[in-house]
Ligand binder design. Structure first.
Ligand SMILES: Nc1nc2c(ncn2[C@@H]2O[C@H](COP(=O)(O)OP(=O)(O)O)[C@@H](O)[C@H]2O)c(=O)[nH]1
Ligand SMILES: [Mg+2]
Length: 274
Protein backbone atom coordinates (compact mmCIF):
# COMPACT_ATOMS: atom_id res chain seq x y z
CA UNK A 1 0.00 0.00 0.00
CA UNK A 2 1.13 3.55 -0.69
CA UNK A 3 0.45 6.53 1.52
CA UNK A 4 0.92 10.25 1.07
CA UNK A 5 0.48 13.14 3.47
CA UNK A 6 0.21 16.65 2.10
CA UNK A 7 1.66 19.12 4.59
CA UNK A 8 -0.17 22.38 3.92
CA UNK A 9 -0.72 25.78 5.50
CA UNK A 10 0.39 29.38 5.10
CA UNK A 11 4.01 30.37 4.49
CA UNK A 12 6.03 30.34 7.67
CA UNK A 13 3.56 28.16 9.59
CA UNK A 14 6.32 25.58 10.13
CA UNK A 15 5.55 23.03 7.40
CA UNK A 16 9.12 22.23 6.42
CA UNK A 17 10.21 22.03 10.04
CA UNK A 18 7.31 19.70 10.79
CA UNK A 19 8.16 17.49 7.80
CA UNK A 20 11.70 17.10 9.09
CA UNK A 21 10.61 16.26 12.63
CA UNK A 22 8.05 13.78 11.33
CA UNK A 23 10.76 12.05 9.32
CA UNK A 24 13.15 12.01 12.28
CA UNK A 25 10.45 10.52 14.43
CA UNK A 26 9.37 7.92 11.88
CA UNK A 27 13.01 6.90 11.51
CA UNK A 28 13.36 6.34 15.24
CA UNK A 29 10.39 3.98 14.95
CA UNK A 30 12.25 2.14 12.22
CA UNK A 31 9.84 3.31 9.56
CA UNK A 32 10.81 4.35 6.07
CA UNK A 33 9.27 7.61 4.93
CA UNK A 34 10.32 9.90 2.12
CA UNK A 35 10.19 13.62 1.65
CA UNK A 36 8.71 15.17 -1.47
CA UNK A 37 9.40 18.85 -1.96
CA UNK A 38 6.80 20.80 -3.91
CA UNK A 39 8.09 24.24 -3.04
CA UNK A 40 10.01 25.60 -6.04
CA UNK A 41 11.39 28.38 -3.85
CA UNK A 42 12.70 26.11 -1.09
CA UNK A 43 16.31 26.64 -0.19
CA UNK A 44 17.57 23.85 1.97
CA UNK A 45 16.30 20.75 3.71
CA UNK A 46 17.32 18.79 6.72
CA UNK A 47 16.50 15.63 4.76
CA UNK A 48 17.28 15.25 1.13
CA UNK A 49 13.97 15.14 -0.78
CA UNK A 50 13.41 11.90 -2.69
CA UNK A 51 11.40 13.88 -5.22
CA UNK A 52 11.91 17.57 -5.75
CA UNK A 53 9.92 19.98 -7.91
CA UNK A 54 13.13 21.96 -8.31
CA UNK A 55 14.39 19.16 -10.55
CA UNK A 56 11.50 19.98 -12.85
CA UNK A 57 11.46 23.74 -12.54
CA UNK A 58 13.02 26.27 -10.23
CA UNK A 59 11.59 29.61 -9.25
CA UNK A 60 14.94 31.26 -9.74
CA UNK A 61 15.13 30.18 -13.38
CA UNK A 62 11.55 31.26 -14.04
CA UNK A 63 12.15 34.67 -12.55
CA UNK A 64 15.36 35.11 -14.46
CA UNK A 65 14.33 33.79 -17.83
CA UNK A 66 10.72 34.90 -17.96
CA UNK A 67 11.19 38.04 -15.89
CA UNK A 68 8.37 37.21 -13.50
CA UNK A 69 8.18 38.53 -9.96
CA UNK A 70 8.17 36.00 -7.11
CA UNK A 71 4.39 35.49 -7.00
CA UNK A 72 3.83 35.29 -10.73
CA UNK A 73 6.85 32.99 -10.85
CA UNK A 74 5.35 30.62 -8.30
CA UNK A 75 2.03 30.50 -10.10
CA UNK A 76 3.93 29.74 -13.31
CA UNK A 77 5.83 26.92 -11.61
CA UNK A 78 2.62 25.31 -10.43
CA UNK A 79 0.85 25.64 -13.72
CA UNK A 80 3.90 24.01 -15.20
CA UNK A 81 3.76 21.17 -12.69
CA UNK A 82 0.02 20.72 -13.32
CA UNK A 83 0.75 20.35 -17.01
CA UNK A 84 3.57 17.95 -16.32
CA UNK A 85 2.18 15.64 -13.68
CA UNK A 86 3.94 12.82 -15.52
CA UNK A 87 7.01 14.12 -13.77
CA UNK A 88 5.53 12.91 -10.50
CA UNK A 89 4.39 9.69 -12.06
CA UNK A 90 7.92 9.00 -13.28
CA UNK A 91 9.39 9.83 -9.91
CA UNK A 92 6.78 8.21 -7.69
CA UNK A 93 5.48 5.40 -9.84
CA UNK A 94 8.42 3.20 -8.92
CA UNK A 95 7.70 2.98 -5.20
CA UNK A 96 5.65 0.03 -4.04
CA UNK A 97 5.20 0.34 -0.30
CA UNK A 98 5.73 3.94 0.40
CA UNK A 99 4.90 6.65 2.87
CA UNK A 100 5.44 10.11 1.46
CA UNK A 101 5.58 13.35 3.38
CA UNK A 102 4.80 16.06 0.85
CA UNK A 103 6.05 19.52 1.78
CA UNK A 104 3.77 22.00 0.04
CA UNK A 105 4.30 25.69 -0.60
CA UNK A 106 2.21 28.13 1.41
CA UNK A 107 1.02 30.87 -0.90
CA UNK A 108 -2.73 31.10 -0.54
CA UNK A 109 -3.30 31.61 -4.26
CA UNK A 110 -1.96 28.11 -4.81
CA UNK A 111 -4.85 26.78 -2.78
CA UNK A 112 -7.60 28.98 -4.12
CA UNK A 113 -6.50 30.37 -7.46
CA UNK A 114 -5.08 27.43 -9.33
CA UNK A 115 -6.39 24.05 -8.28
CA UNK A 116 -2.91 22.62 -7.82
CA UNK A 117 -3.40 20.85 -4.54
CA UNK A 118 -6.85 19.37 -5.26
CA UNK A 119 -5.62 18.12 -8.64
CA UNK A 120 -2.52 16.73 -7.05
CA UNK A 121 -4.50 14.92 -4.35
CA UNK A 122 -6.73 13.44 -6.99
CA UNK A 123 -3.80 12.43 -9.15
CA UNK A 124 -2.05 10.71 -6.25
CA UNK A 125 -5.18 8.82 -5.34
CA UNK A 126 -6.69 7.79 -8.62
CA UNK A 127 -3.69 7.60 -10.91
CA UNK A 128 -0.96 6.45 -8.58
CA UNK A 129 -3.03 4.62 -5.99
CA UNK A 130 -1.81 6.53 -2.96
CA UNK A 131 -4.00 6.76 0.09
CA UNK A 132 -3.79 10.48 0.54
CA UNK A 133 -4.53 12.77 3.44
CA UNK A 134 -3.50 16.23 4.54
CA UNK A 135 -2.46 18.23 7.54
CA UNK A 136 -2.97 21.97 7.73
CA UNK A 137 -0.77 24.04 10.01
CA UNK A 138 -1.82 27.26 11.69
CA UNK A 139 0.66 29.08 13.91
CA UNK A 140 -0.11 29.24 17.60
CA UNK A 141 0.58 32.97 17.49
CA UNK A 142 -2.74 33.23 15.68
CA UNK A 143 -4.49 32.07 18.80
CA UNK A 144 -3.49 35.05 20.80
CA UNK A 145 -5.35 37.32 18.44
CA UNK A 146 -8.89 36.07 17.93
CA UNK A 147 -9.34 37.85 14.61
CA UNK A 148 -6.29 36.01 13.30
CA UNK A 149 -7.60 32.78 14.74
CA UNK A 150 -10.73 33.40 12.77
CA UNK A 151 -8.76 33.90 9.60
CA UNK A 152 -6.69 30.79 10.34
CA UNK A 153 -9.76 28.63 10.86
CA UNK A 154 -11.44 29.92 7.73
CA UNK A 155 -8.35 29.29 5.64
CA UNK A 156 -8.11 25.76 7.06
CA UNK A 157 -11.75 25.22 6.25
CA UNK A 158 -11.32 26.49 2.73
CA UNK A 159 -8.34 24.21 2.20
CA UNK A 160 -10.28 21.25 3.58
CA UNK A 161 -13.21 21.89 1.27
CA UNK A 162 -11.10 22.37 -1.81
CA UNK A 163 -8.87 19.34 -1.16
CA UNK A 164 -11.77 17.04 -0.50
CA UNK A 165 -9.61 14.53 1.41
CA UNK A 166 -9.38 13.92 5.14
CA UNK A 167 -7.42 16.61 6.86
CA UNK A 168 -6.00 17.15 10.32
CA UNK A 169 -5.49 20.67 11.64
CA UNK A 170 -2.38 21.35 13.68
CA UNK A 171 -1.60 24.32 15.86
CA UNK A 172 2.11 24.72 15.29
CA UNK A 173 4.82 26.38 17.39
CA UNK A 174 3.06 25.57 20.65
CA UNK A 175 6.31 26.31 22.47
CA UNK A 176 5.61 29.99 21.74
CA UNK A 177 2.21 30.18 23.42
CA UNK A 178 2.86 32.48 26.35
CA UNK A 179 0.81 34.62 28.66
CA UNK A 180 1.25 38.36 29.25
CA UNK A 181 4.19 37.75 31.53
CA UNK A 182 5.96 35.60 28.99
CA UNK A 183 5.20 32.32 30.76
CA UNK A 184 4.25 29.42 28.59
CA UNK A 185 0.50 28.90 28.81
CA UNK A 186 -0.78 26.02 30.82
CA UNK A 187 -4.35 26.15 29.63
CA UNK A 188 -3.42 25.22 26.09
CA UNK A 189 -6.78 23.51 25.54
CA UNK A 190 -8.51 26.85 25.65
CA UNK A 191 -6.58 27.84 22.58
CA UNK A 192 -7.13 24.68 20.66
CA UNK A 193 -10.85 24.69 21.06
CA UNK A 194 -11.92 28.18 22.12
CA UNK A 195 -15.24 29.02 23.72
CA UNK A 196 -17.50 30.30 20.91
CA UNK A 197 -18.94 33.14 23.01
CA UNK A 198 -15.54 34.46 23.98
CA UNK A 199 -14.42 34.10 20.42
CA UNK A 200 -17.36 36.12 19.17
CA UNK A 201 -16.85 38.87 21.75
CA UNK A 202 -13.18 39.17 20.90
CA UNK A 203 -13.66 39.20 17.17
CA UNK A 204 -16.52 41.70 17.42
CA UNK A 205 -14.38 44.02 19.49
CA UNK A 206 -11.91 44.14 16.63
CA UNK A 207 -14.27 44.52 13.71
CA UNK A 208 -16.64 47.10 12.32
CA UNK A 209 -20.15 46.57 13.81
CA UNK A 210 -21.60 46.03 10.39
CA UNK A 211 -19.76 42.72 10.30
CA UNK A 212 -20.97 41.47 13.66
CA UNK A 213 -23.76 39.35 12.23
CA UNK A 214 -21.29 37.83 9.79
CA UNK A 215 -18.94 37.09 12.70
CA UNK A 216 -21.80 35.41 14.52
CA UNK A 217 -22.60 33.27 11.51
CA UNK A 218 -18.98 32.18 11.18
CA UNK A 219 -18.64 31.38 14.88
CA UNK A 220 -21.74 29.23 14.77
CA UNK A 221 -20.42 27.52 11.66
CA UNK A 222 -17.18 26.73 13.49
CA UNK A 223 -19.15 25.57 16.51
CA UNK A 224 -21.94 23.58 14.86
CA UNK A 225 -19.94 21.80 12.26
CA UNK A 226 -16.98 21.15 14.48
CA UNK A 227 -15.03 21.20 11.24
CA UNK A 228 -11.90 22.52 12.65
CA UNK A 229 -10.28 21.58 15.89
CA UNK A 230 -6.57 21.62 16.40
CA UNK A 231 -3.98 19.22 17.67
CA UNK A 232 -1.05 20.92 19.35
CA UNK A 233 2.29 20.64 17.59
CA UNK A 234 5.58 21.34 19.26
CA UNK A 235 8.33 20.04 17.03
CA UNK A 236 10.74 19.95 19.94
CA UNK A 237 8.54 17.51 21.89
CA UNK A 238 8.72 13.95 20.64
CA UNK A 239 5.43 13.13 22.34
CA UNK A 240 3.62 15.76 20.35
CA UNK A 241 5.09 14.56 17.05
CA UNK A 242 4.32 10.97 17.97
CA UNK A 243 0.68 11.76 18.74
CA UNK A 244 0.28 13.58 15.46
CA UNK A 245 1.87 10.74 13.49
CA UNK A 246 -0.54 8.28 15.05
CA UNK A 247 -3.48 10.52 14.13
CA UNK A 248 -2.24 10.73 10.56
CA UNK A 249 -1.76 6.94 10.42
CA UNK A 250 -5.23 6.48 11.76
CA UNK A 251 -6.72 8.89 9.25
CA UNK A 252 -5.24 6.82 6.40
CA UNK A 253 -5.75 3.46 8.08
CA UNK A 254 -2.02 2.93 7.78
CA UNK A 255 -1.09 -0.72 8.14
CA UNK A 256 -4.71 -1.70 8.57
CA UNK A 257 -3.78 -5.35 8.27
CA UNK A 258 -1.62 -4.98 11.33
CA UNK A 259 -2.67 -3.95 14.82
CA UNK A 260 -5.23 -1.16 14.72
CA UNK A 261 -3.72 2.08 15.90
CA UNK A 262 -5.77 4.12 18.27
CA UNK A 263 -4.52 7.67 18.50
CA UNK A 264 -3.64 8.72 21.96
CA UNK A 265 -5.55 11.89 22.62
CA UNK A 266 -3.55 14.79 23.72
CA UNK A 267 -5.08 17.18 26.16
CA UNK A 268 -3.86 19.93 28.42
CA UNK A 269 -2.37 17.35 30.73
CA UNK A 270 0.28 16.47 28.21
CA UNK A 271 1.52 20.02 28.33
CA UNK A 272 1.88 20.09 32.10
CA UNK A 273 5.61 20.24 31.96
CA UNK A 274 5.38 23.69 30.44
N1 LIG B 1 9.51 28.33 18.01
C1 LIG B 1 9.24 27.55 16.98
N2 LIG B 1 9.61 27.93 15.74
C2 LIG B 1 9.33 27.14 14.71
C3 LIG B 1 8.63 25.91 14.88
N3 LIG B 1 8.46 25.35 13.66
C4 LIG B 1 9.04 26.19 12.76
N4 LIG B 1 9.56 27.28 13.38
C5 LIG B 1 10.26 28.42 12.75
O1 LIG B 1 9.36 29.10 11.90
C6 LIG B 1 10.00 29.52 10.69
C7 LIG B 1 9.29 28.97 9.47
O2 LIG B 1 9.39 27.57 9.49
P1 LIG B 1 9.28 26.70 8.16
O3 LIG B 1 9.27 25.28 8.60
O4 LIG B 1 10.30 27.10 7.18
O5 LIG B 1 7.84 27.15 7.64
P2 LIG B 1 7.11 26.84 6.24
O6 LIG B 1 7.22 28.08 5.43
O7 LIG B 1 5.69 26.58 6.62
O8 LIG B 1 7.79 25.66 5.62
C8 LIG B 1 11.44 29.04 10.81
O9 LIG B 1 12.21 30.12 11.25
C9 LIG B 1 11.37 27.93 11.84
O10 LIG B 1 12.57 27.80 12.55
C10 LIG B 1 8.25 25.52 16.21
O11 LIG B 1 7.64 24.48 16.49
N5 LIG B 1 8.58 26.39 17.22
MG1 LIG C 1 8.65 25.42 3.73
Amino acid sequence: MRYAVLVTGPAGAGKSTFCASLITHANTLGRQVHLVNLDPAAERFEYQPAVDIRDLISLEDVMEELEFGPNGGLVYCFEYLLNNLDFLEDELGQYEDEYLIIDCPGQIELYTHIPLLPRLAQFLQTRLGYRTSAVYLVESQFMQDKAKYFAGVLSAMSCMLSLGISMLCLMSKMDLVKDDKGRVRREVGRYLDPDPNLLLEDVNSQTNPKFHSLNKAVVSLIEDQNIVSFLPLDVSAEDSVNTILSHIDNMMQYGEDEEPKVPKDMDEGDFDDY
